[in-house]
Design a protein around this ligand. Sequence first.
Ligand code: IPD
Ligand code: CA
Ligand code: CA
Length: 266
Amino acid sequence: MYKIEEKYHPVIELALETGELQRRFFRREGLQITTKSSLVDMVTEADIACDQLIVGRIKELFPEDAILSEEQGVQPIEESRLSGYEWIIDPLDGTTNFSIGHPIFAVSIARWYKGEPEFGVVYIPMLNELYYAQKGFGSYNGDQALSISKKTQLSESVLATGFPYDRATAINNNSKNIEKMIPLIKGVRRMGAAAYDLCLVASGIYDAYWELRLGKWDMAAGCLMITEAGGTFRATVDEGKYNVITGSTELCDKIATLVNMSNESK
Ligand code: IPD
Ligand code: CA
Ligand code: CA
């Protein structure tokens, strides 16, 4: 059974159930797709259905917790009832992949206490890979404990990254950073699902990862997978977006000297 406290087992089951729902929508003919903040920022009927499933169940299981989900925003709750816990939900991470029939996408659910991650689960339904973590209990892929890569040199490292939806207008759209990084590293991957990228860092498969302008829901569960696997996770918040560098401390220090996080022109 799961190697963390029992109170979180129903949420792990909920992630599996959400993954099953995603599988049912995947590559469905006539899947409804619309755009959100920009022409490249999409939402499908699967994102909405998964968000509703998760938010509804979390409300039943933890009625005194705050909830932030990507597709429904903040759920209204009386302040006097609030427990200090917050659920942060990405109902379908990797929507671009999902919308074109690419099988790398995930569901990510996290619970934070007073601004600090306490629990996270990420499920990748087409791979049937289940990652979960609880603060102080470790992070796992199924029943396998996770631990990060031991590489310290960029030249021997495979890194992952991504590009924000407002890349046409944001100065820090990561394009200059990748140009700088490419000659220095063994390889780079842009898989298209940040929550899964973070799990692959926690597993030691990717040596490190950086990305700018993430949503809180993209990294809320994955960050705990990494710290519970012995990794460093650094994030700065700018205009409500998260700029993230993660991996071993040595690699994070090296990446930090190369990556420009600022959204101001120089
Ligand atoms: C996106 C993915 C992608 C990352 C974007 C995210 P979504 O999430 O995680 O890998 O590069 O920044 O917004 O929209 O598919 O949930
Ligand atoms: Ca996401
Ligand atoms: Ca999403």
